[in-house]
Design a protein around this ligand. Sequence first.
Ligand code: ADP
Ligand code: MG
Length: 255
Amino acid sequence: MPEPLLALDGLGKQFGGVQAVRDLSFHVGEAEIVGLIGPNGSGKSTSVNLISGTLPPTAGDIRFAGASVARLSVSERVPLGLARTFQTTSVFPEFTVREQVLTACHARFRTSALGSVFRSASARQEERAQRAKTEELLHFVGLSGVIDQPASAISSAQQRLLMIATALATEPRLLLLDEPAAGMVAKERKDLAGLIQRIRERGTAVLVIEHHMGLIMEVCSRIVVLNFGQKIAEGTPAEIQQNPVVIDAYLGGAH
Ligand code: ADP
Ligand code: MG
C-alpha cells in the first residue's frame, strides 16, 4: 500500500490549559474529498492550522506526500503542494481580483531576480503563462465577470471564491478549506459544492471544514468528526448521519 497523501498521527495541540486537539489521526488520499466536522470549538480550525503550518503541533506527526512536514513553516509547505483558505475572508483590498491571483502565481513560480530585471525572453514568456493561468483559474471558480474589480468591492461569497482561486494558483495537491460556505446563500452553496467536485477532478484532494451538513454530505467521500479536540467518528456520509455518538455530540452541543 502506498502512503496516503496526508496522514496525521497522534496530532495534538495545547494552548496553555486548553487541549484544542488531542491524539488526532486520520488520512486524506490522493484526489479524495474528506470532511472535517464537529461542534463549535471542537478543534477544526486548529487542525487546519496545524496541517497548513500556521501553528506548530505540541504532539504527534503530520506526513504529507511521503515525508514529515510537522516542523516545516507555511512557506516550506506550500511548494510541496499544501494550500489553504481561511475561515474569515482575507483578500488584499488594494488589489484587483486579477492582481491577487497573479501575485499568488508569482509566488509559486518565481523567476530569478536578475531575469525579471532584464525582462529576458523566458521571463516574458513566464509572465504570459502566469497571466493566462490567472484568467483560467478565475474562470474556473466563476469570477471572470469581476476580474478587474477591486477585491474589496466584490461580494463576500465572491471573496471566498477568490481565496480558493488564490490557493489553487499555488498548484496544491491538497487544498484545505475552512468554512468555505460561510455567509453563502443556498444557490451559492450549491455552486460551491460543484466547484469542490471539479477541484477534485483536476487532481487536487480537498479537506473541507463546514457547518452546512448538506454541502458536506454531498461532496465528501469520507467524514471525520471532532468533539472537544478528539476524533469521535469517521465514515461515509451515510454512516456519519446514523452514528449515535455523532448525533449525541451535536444535540448535546445544542442543549
Ligand atoms: P473550531 O474551529 O472547531 O470551532 P478551534 O480549533 O477554533 O475550533 O478551537 C478549538 C479550541 O481551541 C477552542 O477551545 C478555542 O478556544 C481554543 N483555541 C483556538 N485557537 C486558540 C489560540 N490561538 N489560543 C488559545 N486557544 C485557542
Ligand atoms: Mg473554526
